[in-house]
Design a binder for this molecule. Structure first.
Ligand code: C2E
Ligand code: MG
Ligand code: MG
Ligand code: MG
Length: 283
């Protein structure tokens, strides 16, 4: 059995394998206390609609301020949280915090935008996930249409389970995106059948799109396929004007990346709301 057959995204486990056992255990123990000690916070990165240059969404990204190690990258600690199961309570904190923040901004009168939250495999497979999310959103008074759940291709490998979960989430009215699209093992079959709304083109294709004609071909093909399948398409990792122009030519719907803004804390994001009318983009 190789990793692919077992439905494991090998890229996620490479950092785990490189980490020494003692180091991992230490991190797991630290993670166990991080929630109660309030060491997590969220940053938000804007998502911009390319046809109008409007701010239309934001992605919530988890940050861990470790008391001794300082800021630890999610690339390092998410795999440990996933393997230990701690990702379930942590992920729930991310989802509730991001949704509450979004509601708060709507109440304050900022333009309503959608918040994207990354789901891990374990969270996604939780029984009654849609029921719990639905109840929570009702309680805080946030319309599900302002919530986008990002899953990865590997989460849809168990087709029947994934289909059932996605169907319930769609009935609830949240948006579903496939994150890091093009790096996993998706088949065109599932794209045709899964109830999803959007593809997020992986940053690795976008970052080299002007230098590498193969990447340009991939980005243009994914975008065109999304149009034909009536899915939305968002480019990740847009860092410069040339990439942006290329994406606009391809009629990519939305983009996210350092060109617009790095992920920032909630308070700084309010400045983005205020200046987002033009977003520094040429007409
Ligand atoms: P992702 O979901 O694909 O998030 C996008 C990552 O790309 C973020 O890294 C973001 O800071 C980075 N990025 C955005 N624009 C640019 C750009 O223009 N250039 C470059 N070089 N990078 C850019 P970050 O925040 O380090 O997160 C890494 C990954 O960790 C995320 O990838 C996601 O898979 C995971 N992650 C983050 N927060 C959560 C969470 O709350 N739950 C789960 N399950 N995973 C999370
Ligand atoms: Mg994401
Ligand atoms: Mg991701
Ligand atoms: Mg991504």
């Amino acid at each position: 059995h190789n990793a692919k057959e077992q439905g494991v995204d090998i890229r996620r486990y490479v950092p785990l394998m490189q980490m020494k056992a003692a180091e991992r255990l230490k991190m797991e123990n630290d993670l166990r206390r991080a929630l109660e000690r309030d060491e997590f916070y969220l940053e938000y990165q804007p998502q911009v609609q390319l046809s109008t240059k409007e701010l239309v969404g934001m992605e919530a990204l988890l940050r861990w301020q470790h008391p001794k190690r300082g800021l630890v990258s999610p690339v390092e600690f998410i795999p440990v949280a996933e393997e230990s199961g701690l990702i379930v309570p942590i992920g729930e904190w991310v989802l509730t915090t991001a949704c509450r923040q979004n509601k708060e901004w709507q109440t304050a009168g900022y333009r309503p935008i959608c918040v994207s939250v990354n789901l891990s495999m374990r969270q996604f497979l939780q029984p009654n996930l849609a029921g719990k999310i639905g109840e929570f959103l009702k309680r805080i008074g946030l319309d599900p249409c302002y919530v986008d759940l990002e899953i990865t291709e590997s989460m849809t490998l168990d087709k029947e389970k994934a289909f059932e979960q996605l169907k319930r989430l769609k009935e609830l009215g949240v948006f579903i995106s496939i994150d890091d699209f093009g790096t996993g093992y998706s088949s065109l079959h599932y794209l045709k059948n899964m109830p999803i709304d959007r593809l997020k083109i992986d940053r690795s294709f976008v970052s080299e799109v002007m230098e590498d004609s193969n990447n340009a071909a991939i980005v243009s093909t994914i975008t065109s396929m999304a149009h034909h399948l009536k899915l939305k398409v968002t480019a990740e990792g847009v860092e410069n004007e040339d990439q942006l122009q290329f994406l606009r030519q391809q009629r990519c719907h939305e983009a996210q990346g350092y060109f617009f803004s790095k992920p920032v804390r909630a308070q700084e994001f309010e400045n983005i709301f205020l200046k987002s009318a033009t977003f520094g983009m040429p007409s």
